[in-house]
Design a protein around this ligand. Structure first.
Ligand code: HEM
Length: 474
C-alpha cells in the first residue's frame, strides 16, 4: 500500500474521482497480517482501528479487508449504498448450513422473507409474546435458581446458590424463542438438546469457512454434524406439527405462535410461505435470537451485581412501575432507569460487534475506491465508544443517557444495525430482556462471586464468557 496521504494519478478512481487509499492498520505480521491479533484480542484490534481513522485496512493473511468506523461511512455501507453490498463469505458458509432464511438470503428473496416475517416481530406481536414470557421465566427460575430447587447443588460455602448467568440465560433465551415460534414446550426441550452443539460450532465455521476442515471425521465435526441434523429435524417437526394443527382447525394449540402466523400469511403476490422457507426461518431465528439477547441479559446482571446501589434503584423502579405484580407490556416504557442500563450495556457490549459485508461491484467509501469483491467490516464496537460522541467512552454510565443529545449520537449508536438488514428482532429482544430482568430483580439480590473474572468473548456475538453470581432470595 502506498503512503495514504499521497494522491497520485494512479490512485484515481474509475471516473477520474479522487482516490485516497485508506491507511493500513499498524502491527501487521509478515504473511499473516493482522490475523493473529484478530484471533488473540479482536476488541483491542477494533479499538486500534477506530483510533487510526474512519476507514483503515487490515490484512487477514493475503486478503485485505476494510474496517469502517466513521459514522458517515458506516451509514454509507449499511443504508445509502446498501444495494452495492451483500453479507459476504461468512454468510455464504452459513447459508450452506442453515438455509436461505431472512438472515442469509439476498436481494428480492431477502425482501420477501423480511416482509413476511415482520408482523410476527412488530411491537404488537412482541407485546403478546412478552405477556406469555413472564410465566415461563418464573417457571425457569423456580426450577433452576431457587435454592430449594437447585438440582445441581451449586451453592457457595455460605449455602447460597451460585449460578452462571451466561450459561443459564442462554438456556432461558432458547426456551423463550422456541416457545414464541412454536407455542410448544416440547419443541423447546428438543431444541435444548441440539442447539448448544450447533451454536458452539457455527461461529468457527462462519469465521473460517474452509470446507476441507469441516469434512474431516474428527469427534468435534461429528458432534457438530449430529447437532445440525437434530436442529434441522426439530425445525421440520415444528413445521409439520403446525401444518397439522392448522389442518385440524386446532387454533388453541398453536394460536399466537409466530409460526402459525407465518404459515397463514399471504404475500403481496398472493403466495404463502412454503414448508422449506418456514424451516429456514426457524433455523435463522434460533441462531439470531438466542446468543444475542442472552449475552445482553448476562452483561446487565454482571453490571448490576457489581453496583448494589444501582441494582437497588432499578429494583425500586420496577416495584414502583409494576406495583409488585407481573410486568405488563405497557409498563416497559416507564422503566426509564432499566432502559438506560440496557442501552448502556448495548453501547459497550453490542452483540453485533463486527459485521461483514462484501462489495458486489467497485464502489467508493468517502474518497477511497473499494474494488469489487472487497471484504468490508463494520466496526460497531469502536463506533459506539467514539469519544466524539461519548464522554469517557469506556466507562459504564447509564445516567449519561439522561443528558445526551439523542439525535447527535444516533449515528454512533446502532446496536441493532441499520438499513435493509436492520435487526428483525429488536422489539422482541427488548421485550424479552425487560421481562427477564424484572422477574430476576424482583426475586433475587445479586452479588458477584469474589475472585472470579468475567471476560468478553468476541466470536459470532460479543458475550461474557461466564457470569458467576451469588443469589439471595428476597
Ligand atoms: C439485544 C438483542 C439483539 C441485538 C443487539 C441484535 C442485533 C442485530 C444486528 C446488529 C443485526 C444486523 C446484522 C447485519 O447488518 O448484518 C441483526 C440482524 C438480525 N437479527 Fe438481531 N439482534 C438481537 C436480537 C434478535 C432477536 C431476539 C431476533 C429474533 C427474534 C433477531 C433476529 C435478527 C434477524 C433475523 C436478523 C437479520 C435481518 C436481515 O438480515 O434482514 N435478533 N441483529
Amino acid at each position: 500500500m502506498t503512503d495514504h496521504d499521497t494522491v497520485s494519478a494512479a490512485e484515481c478512481g474509475p471516473a477520474g474521482d479522487l482516490d485516497i487509499p485508506a491507511p493500513p492498520l499498524r502491527g501487521a505480521w509478515p504473511l499473516l497480517g493482522h490475523a493473529p491479533a484478530l484471533l488473540r484480542d479482536p476488541l483491542a484490534l477494533l479499538a486500534e482501528a477506530g483510533r487510526t481513522g474512519p476507514l483503515t485496512v487490515v490484512r487477514l493473511g493475503p486478503v485485505a479487508a476494510y474496517v469502517v468506523t466513521g459514522p458517515d461511512l458506516v451509514r454509507q455501507v449499511l443504508v445509502t449504498d446498501a444495494a452495492r453490498y451483500d453479507k459476504g463469505f461468512q454468510f455464504d458458509a452459513l447459508r450452506r448450513l442453515i438455509g436461505d432464511g431472512v438472515g442469509t438470503s439476498r436481494g428480492a428473496k431477502h425482501r420477501r422473507n423480511k416482509r413476511m416475517l415482520r408482523p410476527a416481530f412488530d411491537r404488537t406481536s412482541s407485546r403478546v409474546h412478552a405477556r406469555n414470557m413472564t410465566p415461563q421465566i418464573e417457571g425457569f427460575l423456580d426450577a433452576q435458581w431457587d435454592p430449594a430447587a437447585d438440582p445441581d447443588g451449586r451453592t457457595a460455602p455460605d449455602g447460597r446458590p451460585v449460578i452462571d448467568a451466561a450459561v443459564d440465560l442462554r438456556v432461558l433465551s432458547m426456551r423463550l424463542i422456541t416457545n414464541s415460534m412454536s407455542g410448544s414446550e416440547l419443541a423447546a426441550d428438543e431444541v435444548m438438546r441440539a442447539l448448544p452443539g450447533l451454536l458452539s460450532g457455527i461461529g468457527r465455521r462462519a469465521l473460517l469457512p474452509v470446507r476441507a476442515l469441516d469434512l474431516l471425521p474428527t469427534p468435534g465435526n461429528r458432534r457438530f454434524d449430529r447437532s445440525l441434523r437434530r436442529v434441522h429435524a426439530v425445525a421440520d417437526d415444528m413445521v409439520a406439527r403446525e401444518r397439522e394443527r392448522a389442518a385440524h382447525g386446532d387454533a388453541a394449540a398453536g394460536g399466537g405462535s409466530s409460526l402459525a402466523a407465518w404459515l397463514a400469511a399471504v404475500d403481496e403476490d398472493g403466495t404463502g410461505m412454503t414448508d422449506e422457507q418456514a424451516h429456514d426461518e426457524i433455523m435463522t431465528l434460533l441462531l439470531a435470537g438466542t446468543e444475542t439477547t442472552a449475552g445482553v441479559m448476562a452483561w446487565c446482571l454482571y453490571v448490576l451485581a457489581r453496583d448494589s446501589e444501582l441494582q437497588q434503584r432499578v429494583r425500586l423502579e420496577i416495584a414502583d412501575v409494576t406495583g409488585g405484580k407481573r410486568l405488563e407490556p405497557a409498563d416497559m416504557r416507564r422503566l426509564e432507569l432499566a432502559e438506560r442500563v440496557v442501552k448502556e450495556v448495548l453501547r459497550l457490549y453490542p452483540p453485533g460487534w463486527l459485521i461483514g459485508r462484501r462489495a458486489m461491484e467497485e464502489t467508493r467509501l468517502g474518497n477511497t475506491r473499494i474494488p469489487a469483491g472487497s471484504q468490508v467490516l463494520v466496526n460497531f464496537y469502536a463506533l459506539q465508544r467514539d469519544p466524539a460522541a461519548f464522554h469517557d467512552p469506556d466507562a459504564f454510565d447509564p445516567d449519561r443517557w439522561k443528558s445526551l443529545d439523542q439525535a447527535a449520537v444516533a449515528p454512533y449508536y446502532l446496536p441493532f444495525g441499520s438499513g435493509p438488514r436492520v435487526c428483525l428482532g429488536e422489539m422482541y429482544g427488548m421485550a424479552e430482556i425487560f421481562c427477564v430482568l424484572c422477574a430476576i430483580l424482583a426475586r433475587y439480590r445479586l452479588e458477584p462471586v469474589p475472585g472470579t473474572t468475567v471476560r468478553p468473548v468476541a466470536r459470532t456475538t460479543l458475550h461474557p464468557d461466564t457470569v458467576p453470581l451469588r443469589l439471595t432470595r428476597l
